[in-house]
Write a new protein. Structure first.
Length: 209
């Protein structure tokens, strides 16, 4: 089923922070393998311990975890700015130093491609920023040439309808309570799921027929 009004909820995570065999639940790339459980209903304890250990053993560098709000905001803003350069309408995004969530509209239905480009851009911008300001900020980014802050791939989930859009927006917004940096873009005039009707939403975005 095509996404409602071309909207997708996309997630991405930093390098080494969500591996194959993770006890919290995991997915293989392109869902090539059947995997029991997910992050809401993790697999039985010990199910993938051996695979998780192998995943950690093959890592050639430390996981990337960003623990400063100022840097998290810089990374998220770079990502959203890059998406908007591609004329992608963004409603909201969040980043907690490990996981990023973005609710955005992809008319070409190519969220993985565009998110991939945005991830490369954020790495390049962060490297440059750290060279200039990293020492003063007390943050060190140990990345070699060709290494990025992100793990491979992303996970786009098509939005099914207005109700799904609202719940996804609220879910991302709620990450602020957990310490994540959240950015609601100027394009979006969302006030509350209780007050916003589909007609209001479409009018706000210039999509009302």
């Amino acid at each position: 089923m095509p996404p409602w009004k071309d909207w997708y909820h996309c997630t991405a995570h930093t390098y080494g922070t969500w591996l194959r065999g993770d006890p919290r639940g995991w997915r293989s790339r392109h869902h090539r393998e059947h995997v029991e459980g997910d992050y809401k209903n993790p697999p039985p304890k010990g199910t993938y311990d051996e695979l998780f250990k192998k995943s950690k053993d093959v890592m050639n560098r430390d996981p990337v975890k960003i623990d400063q709000d100022e840097i998290c905001r810089f990374v998220l803003k770079c990502m959203l700015d890059r998406l908007q350069e591609f004329k992608i309408l963004v409603a909201i995004g969040c980043f907690d130093g490990i996981h990023a969530h973005v609710l955005a509209q992809y008319p070409q239905h190519n969220p993985k491609i565009v998110i991939g480009i945005a991830k490369q851009y954020t790495t390049a911008q962060l490297k440059a920023h750290m060279q200039t300001h990293g020492k003063a900020m007390g943050f060190r980014l140990d990345l070699k040439r060709g290494e990025g802050i992100w793990a491979k791939g992303s996970h786009p989930k098509p939005i099914e309808d207005m109700k799904h859009y609202q719940s996804s927006f609220n879910y991302i917004k709620d990450h602020e309570k957990r310490g994540a940096v959240v950015i609601v873009t100027e394009d979006h005039k969302f006030e509350s799921s209780a007050q916003l009707t589909e007609e209001d939403f479409l009018r706000d975005f210039g999509l009302l027929d």
